[in-house]
Design a protein around this ligand. Structure first.
Ligand code: CTP
Ligand code: CA
Length: 226
């Protein structure tokens, strides 16, 4: 038995997901990045598709395959990601910012490969802050339900609550990435979902697919209350 498409909870909804870790070039052969695998974001894209949504996945570099039926847009840097998200945001009903966005980029990108210093002196790289994508979107947000992630190694709920307010989010998904089985590279995750004026909801340690489905269903239920 297959459910009718129109019975699915996200039927008719446009879901935009970002995933992966951005890369900021230092020179033609080097970059700054982070340990994001893209697995959580890809799992959300797949779960949203399974729940009946029309899904666009904006992906920073990731080794993962595009889930069937999902439109994928590839980006490299935080600036590319901002540009792509801004282009899609207006026609989106729900945004899930699972990408691990570089907070800093090299102030300049060298046109040629940087050579080892002849005098063995330390090399200094100057970094500039990137734009905060969620803060930028908060100023143009209309009907969109916006979900952020907070990857923390300490003071999980205090840090995540601060981001929920500062970025004007409808929900933030907090993960303690210092715990085994949680966060960046594995196939499992345990998260706490925080929303304005709601009690926190913590999932058990589950597959990323099951966590993804819970995040989307909780978001849908929260939006329906409003
Ligand atoms: N984010 C963003 N733009 C950035 C950095 C982060 O939109 N330049 C988003 C992430 O995709 C995530 C949320 O903001 O959904 C929180 O990211 P996180 O790195 O946990 O928080 P920051 O605000 O960058 O603060 P810090 O890294 O100092 O903890
Ligand atoms: Ca950050």
């Amino acid at each position: 038995f297959l459910a009718q498409q129109t019975d699915l909870p996200l039927h008719g909804e446009r879901v935009l997901v970002t995933a992966g870790g951005t890369r900021e070039p230092i020179d033609p052969v080097r970059y700054i990045s982070n340990r994001s695998s893209g697995k959580m974001g890809y799992a959300i894209a797949e779960a949203a598709r399974n729940l009946g949504a029309t899904v666009t996945l904006i992906s920073a570099p990731s080794a993962l395959a595009t889930p069937a039926g999902v439109t994928r847009i590839d980006v490299t840097t935080a600036q590319d990601l901002l540009t792509a998200v801004e282009a899609e945001f207006k026609t989106t009903d729900m945004l899930v910012m699972a990408a691990a966005v570089s907070d800093y980029r090299p102030a300049t990108t060298a046109m040629q490969k940087i050579k080892k210093q002849a005098d063995h002196e330390p090399l200094t790289l100057h970094l500039t802050e990137t734009a905060d994508i969620l803060k930028t979107l908060a100023t143009v947000k209309q009907h969109q339900f916006v979900i952020g992630f907070a990857a923390e190694t300490q003071a999980l709920l205090a840090n995540a609550n601060r981001k929920l307010a500062a970025k004007k989010l409808d929900m933030i998904v907090a993960n303690d990435v210092s715990k085994p089985g949680v966060g960046f590279n594995g196939d499992t995750n345990q998260v706490t979902m925080l929303r304005p004026e709601h009690e926190p909801v913590t999932t058990p340690l589950l597959s990323k697919a099951a966590v993804a489905e819970q995040i989307l269903l909780t978001a849908l239920q929260t939006r329906e209350e409003e």
